[in-house]
Design a protein around this ligand. Structure first.
Ligand code: ZN
Length: 292
């Protein structure tokens, strides 16, 4: 299979860790295998958690992992001047406008606390769907009605289909937040459409996002997204079988860099966490473990 463009899409909300390194290196391996170029897309719409040093950490980590990027920002200032999602706000607004004309949106004023108190699952079950709150109400989030969604069909690498409903934890997902900023789902979809990404590689924990975004693309009538191919990789766990998280601790790439480690050392650690029967230290050995 051949593709044109895949992407590495980190969020600058913490220091990157071995789980991110695994995802980036796997993306590079799949890009090589399929002829896809790599776009670096830094998702910085969450302005409360944004910090310049986290963006710098992304560039330092890519260098450290010897990953070359074909498209996207070259450094922190290039990112802020040309590539920040802030510059694409008009594109997101356009998509939101199309959605608001679709009759699939409703306004929701529920607080997180209220949602949790309404159902023990903590999932939003459509409380405001029939409340007819005007979309222009201040302090209202825009949600999409997922009740009318059919089963979602995704093309998955190498050659199978994922056919699933939108999972309950993603029902009525938000497309515009209460502060009127686009949600992650909306911005991610618009960006993938804008840059013409045709191969989306992300963790298994984001499968529900893929399903949600595919549904959103149908409602907005974005044609390309439907023909994208997805690969959802397994999530690297630490030695206690817990998901790795962003921190400055021992599994952070920053920590490894400061301690003079190199790509071979990182591959060795990743191999161990992947349960490799023998130690690994090269990209070829890593590719052999990946099984695709
Ligand atoms: Zn509500």
């Amino acid at each position: 299979m051949k593709f044109n463009l895949t992407r590495i899409a980190p969020t600058p909300s913490g220091f990157l860790h071995l789980g991110n390194a695994y995802s980036f290196l796997l993306t590079q391996a799949l890009a090589e295998k399929t002829g896809a170029k790599i776009l670096l897309r830094i998702d910085d719409l969450d302005r409360e958690r944004y910090r310049k040093e986290y963006v710098q950490d992304i560039f330092d980590s890519l260098d450290f992992l010897e990953i070359s990027i074909d498209q996207g920002p070259k450094n922190l200032s290039d990112f802020e001047q040309e590539w920040s999602q802030i510059h694409r706000l008009p594109l997101y607004q356009n998509a939101l406008q199309k959605l608001s004309d679709s009759n699939q949106l409703f306004a929701c004023t529920c607080s997180r606390k209220k949602i949790q108190s309404m159902d023990s699952s903590g999932y939003y079950l459509g409380h405001c769907l029939d409340r007819k709150i005007p979309l222009d109400r201040a302090e209202a989030a825009w949600r999409i009605n997922t009740l009318t969604a059919d089963l979602i069909e995704l093309c998955a690498f190498p050659d199978h289909k994922i056919i699933q409903p939108i999972p309950l934890d993603t029902s009525f997902f938000i497309v515009r937040k209460k502060d009127q900023m686009p949600s992650y789902h909306l911005a991610s979809l618009v960006d993938d459409q804008h840059f013409e990404v045709d191969f989306i590689i992300r963790g298994m924990d984001l499968l529900s996002s893929s399903l949600a975004q595919s549904y959103l693309s149908e409602v907005i009538d974005f044609k390309n997204f439907k023909y994208s191919t997805f690969y959802h990789h397994s999530i690297l766990k630490d030695r206690k079988r817990k998901k790795l998280s962003k921190s400055e601790g021992a599994t952070s790439l920053q920590h490894l860099r400061k301690n003079g480690k190199n790509l071979s050392d990182v591959l060795g650690l990743i191999g161990e966490l992947m349960g490799s029967p023998a130690p690994i230290s090269t990209m070829n050995e890593f590719k052999n473990l990946l099984n695709f």
